[in-house]
Design a binder for this molecule. Structure first.
Ligand SMILES: Nc1ncnc2c1ncn2[C@@H]1O[C@H](COP(=O)(O)OP(=O)(O)OP(=O)(O)O)[C@@H](O)[C@H]1O
Length: 311
């Protein structure tokens, strides 16, 4: 369990983290989302004591990171995948870490196997591809068999097979009851891996929710209906927490608060022909973009200035 209370981090005039409050619970994968510069890495660095908060507190399993007798056995983290000596082999890197933390050598072999590095374990890490480096970083994070695992952009540089591997690994670790906290700005990936979501923008908390609720709040439960008698269907569907909209003269309605099943069976019961009945699913990507549009630090343009001024 990671608990963050009123966390603030300032670098001179820049406030990177601005009063964050949230808890990362065990047993599920929690995604940490936010646009570039939102404060994700800074928050993660404070969780493992690499940076000190300006104010507020961060604890892992009830204690500050530095107060744990064997922090590596408590929290495994991947923040900088490339923070390894290039001349050292993966095996020697992990073995050195294990030796300094009282971790048995067989655990080194185990994490090498779990992360699929067996064939390259004796090679110089400097010659590793980005994906192999990422696997090595994850191996180091798992070395102490920690209850809490925190990974910054874990799928960065991985091929589709690697992405799937990380997804299965993380959901498996969470299923064992561990706390799994991962950052990304790849919404689509997060949608498939995480159950809970913490969304930040400009250092502030924008949402502390589930992936399901996040999408639903963004309008993901709307149903498009095209039918013969929209005015009549509208009357039949009316009820508390149901919203039906449609333009006059159009056969199309947009319904929220009811399932396609309910709408279809109601129309059928009253003999109203239905021409289309579609659940309008908003992707996590769209939901995220609409939530964070005011907190993106670096806006790109989608068209050259000449085209925009002509439009
Ligand atoms: N050591 C530092 N000195 C000054 N400013 C910093 C420092 N570290 C981070 N910042 C600033 O704090 C803000 C938050 O940065 P941070 O790296 O935590 O964001 P992030 O959400 O991890 O972004 P990204 O997705 O790009 O990795 C940014 O504006 C960044 O420029």
């Amino acid at each position: 369990m990671i608990e963050i209370q009123q966390l603030v981090k300032r670098y001179g005039a820049k406030t990177a983290v601005d009063g964050l409050d949230f808890t990362v619970k065990p047993g599920v994968v929690t995604g940490f989302l936010g646009p570039n510069g939102a404060g994700k890495s800074t928050t993660m660095r404070m969780i493992i004591g690499l940076d000190a908060p300006t104010s507020g507190s961060v604890t892992v399993n009830g204690r500050r990171y530095a107060e744990h007798r064997a922090p590596l056995l408590e929290v495994g983290a991947l923040l900088e995948a490339r923070s390894i000596h290039p001349g050292r082999s993966a095996y020697n890197h992990l073995n050195a870490l294990a030796l300094t933390h009282g971790i048995p050598r067989r655990r080194v072999d185990e994490v090498i196997e779990i992360t699929g590095l067996t064939k390259v374990a004796k090679k110089r890490a400097g010659a590793f591809s980005l994906g192999m480096g990422q696997r090595l970083g994850i191996a180091a994070a798992l070395l102490g068999d920690p209850q809490t695992i925190m990974l910054d952009e874990p799928v960065n540089g991985l091929d589709p097979e690697g992405v799937l591997w990380v997804r299965n690994l993380l959901t498996g670790l969470a299923a064992e009851g561990r706390t799994v906290f991962i950052s990304s700005h790849l919404m689509s990936e997060m949608a498939q891996t995480a159950t809970n979501l913490i969304v930040v923008g400009r250092g502030r908390l924008l949402a502390d929710t589930t992936v399901e609720q996040f999408v639903r709040d963004a309008g993901g439960d709307r149903v498009k209906v095209v039918c013969e008698d929209p005015a009549r269907l509208r009357e039949l569907l009316a009820g508390p927490d149901v919203e039906v909209t449609g333009a006059p003269g159009s056969r199309e309605l947009t319904v929220s608060g009811l399932t396609t099943h309910h709408i279809g069976t109601t129309a059928f019961a009253y003999g109203i022909p239905i021409y289309e009945l579609t659940r309008q699913s908003v992707s996590l990507e769209e939901a995220f973009m609409s939530m964070t549009e005011d907190s993106v630090e670096y806006h790109g343009t989608t068209a050259p200035a000449s085209l925009r001024s002509a439009a």
